[in-house]
Design a protein around this ligand. Structure first.
Ligand SMILES: [Zn+2]
Length: 146
């Protein structure tokens, strides 16, 4: 029979375990994306899920082009801000990646389940918690056929 203290401790450990665990893939993705590290981003995505309606290999091609375009502009790192989607995934957390010098940015909503990124969506209605200049929206996928 499990006593109360033990039960409490197990519940606590499960909670911490989950939080750290669930947090980690998302954090890794954010870190790698903000440092324009394609290999790193790749390591956080699975072959099973679709990202913005694309399988991983296709999505990574888009990201590679996106990263290269930034690098050609002399951008090597993006700042990260949290926000919230106010439309498509209303209320869901969103991440803004921004080059603070030029104000070029992209807003992404990451869907996470069991420590896996199961979808990534470009969001056009993010409200950030902090104020900063958002001047030019960038897109990962802008030649969408639909
Ligand atoms: Zn949205």
């Amino acid at each position: 029979m499990i006593n109360k203290e033990k039960q409490k401790l197990i519940a606590l450990l499960e909670e911490i375990g989950d939080v750290v665990f669930i947090d980690s893939t998302e954090k890794a993705f954010i870190y790698y994306f903000s440092t324009l590290d394609l290999q790193g981003v790749s390591s956080t995505l699975s072959d099973v899920h679709k990202f913005d309606s694309c399988y991983k290999s296709k999505y990574l091609e888009y990201i590679e082009i996106f990263f290269n375009e930034l690098k050609e502009k002399g951008i090597e790192k993006l700042s990260v801000y949290k926000g919230k989607c106010t439309n498509c995934f209303k209320g869901q957390g969103a991440i803004t990646f921004v080059d603070k010098k030029s104000g070029q940015y992209i807003d992404l909503v990451l869907s996470i389940k069991y420590n896996e990124i199961i979808d990534i969506s470009e969001c056009h209605a993010v409200k950030n918690h902090t104020c900063f200049d958002k001047k030019l929206r960038l897109n990962i996928i802008d030649d969408r056929p639909f």
